[in-house]
Design a protein around this ligand. Structure first.
Ligand code: M6R
Length: 364
């Protein structure tokens, strides 16, 4: 049931500290602090290229993983939407690794892409939340997220569990390839170990997020911007908002704004800025100033240090705990879920069963 919550979506958002913790404990030994994946019959040390395929929100966790794999494990990643990948006949190196990400494990395009990759001689890993699903049965290896049943059509806890799992996979791969030393590995593992309690802190800020929803609910268009792993989180924020509130929303890489989308900005357009304190903070900050100079209403998501930087110049700020930049996308996913949720409730839409959508897309 929904427990004390008004909607499954809200219940599932609030379950995140617990289910992220569950997923983490399946791969991380608290005594040693070492990440150990469940056994998969794939030699991570030999992997030289990764292909990631998925749809919707699961695609966006894959996009975060691309940044992680490239930066931390020094492995180039191709990523594509399953409905494109399955028909574009990409040349796949024999023995290469393909990863398929799916909450349901039944999404028809992702399943077809998995079969295509297998037929082309790829080693396949399925990251699924339903362990008895078709993808779990057909892939060479399965890494289960332990989010528990997700009822709301909008994916929330499955997404953050996918991210935690992918973060562990990246660390294990980096170690197997000798791409990071023990000290660097320990820093990343410690950062991941903190995520459940930091996620709980983010949820404690729900009232502040709810207070911003009324004005977003008035908007016709909303933009989300971010850089690096903040970019897929911008895309995810926009997807959540349009899916459940039916407000038109787009996510952009912050540096891409001036190549077109900035023309949309005026006093009626809220712009949600994903800006953790990291090595690109200044760049994102200056993109935000360009938005404010054109009258855009900025909602600024950052940690205390970043929020101090902006003072009260933004229309709204959401302060998150300061964390290692590696895990920031996992935490920044939560406020964009909550914002979409509160806006949808104000709009009076069917939050758990938005129009025209199915929980799992099993026909093409
Ligand atoms: O079950 P899957 O993860 O394969 O589903 C993929 C998408 O259909 C799904 O993430 C969809 O985009 C969600 N409704 C987003 O909230």
């Amino acid at each position: 049931g929904k427990g004390n919550h008004r909607h499954y979506m809200l219940k599932e958002i609030f379950e995140q500290p617990a289910v992220i913790g569950e997923t983490l404990r399946s791969m991380w030994n608290p005594a040693s602090g070492i990440i150990e994946l469940p056994p998969v019959d794939i030699d991570l040390a030999a992997v030289s290229r990764v292909t990631i395929v998925a749809c919707g929100t699961s695609f966006l966790s894959g996009m975060v993983a691309k940044y992680w794999f490239e930066r931390v494990a020094r492995i180039p990643v191709d990523i594509d939407i399953a409905s494109e990948f399955r028909y574009r006949d990409s040349p796949l190196e024999k023995g290469g690794l393909s990863i398929f990400i799916s909450q349901s494990g039944e999404t028809i395009d992702t399943l077809a892409a998995l079969r295509h990759a297998k037929a082309a001689g790829q080693k396949t890993i399925a990251i699924v939340n339903v362990p008895e699903s078709t993808m779990a049965r057909e892939a060479d290896g399965v890494l289960p997220t332990l989010a528990g049943p997700e009822i709301g059509v909008a994916s929330t806890k499955a997404f953050t569990c996918q991210l935690v799992l992918l973060a562990c996979l990246v660390i294990a791969t980096a170690r197997a390839r000798g791409a990071i030393d023990g000290a660097a590995e320990a820093r990343l593992s410690n950062a991941i170990a903190e995520v459940p309690s930091r996620a709980a802190e983010v949820l404690n800020g729900d009232e502040g997020i709810q207070a911003l929803a009324a004005q977003v609910a008035e908007a016709r268009d909303v933009l989300y911007i971010g850089r690096n792993t903040g970019y897929p989180i911008a895309l995810e924020g926009a997807l959540k908002l349009k899916e459940i509130s039916y407000i038109h929303a787009e996510g952009y890489a912050a540096g891409e704004l001036k190549h077109g989308p900035i023309a949309l900005i005026d006093e009626t357009v809220p712009v949600i800025v994903i800006a953790p304190s990291d090595d690109l903070f200044e760049k994102t900050f200056s993109n935000m100033q360009e938005v404010m100079a054109r009258g855009g209403k900025v909602i600024f998501l950052s940690d205390e240090k970043g929020c101090a930087h902006i003072g009260d110049a933004a229309w709204g700020t959401i302060a998150l705990p300061a964390v290692h930049p590696f895990v920031a996308p996992i935490l920044y996913a939560i406020p964009v879920q909550l914002l979409a949720y509160h806006v949808a409730v104000l709009k009076g839409t069917d939050v758990d069963q938005p129009r025209n959508l199915a929980k799992s897309v099993t026909v093409e």
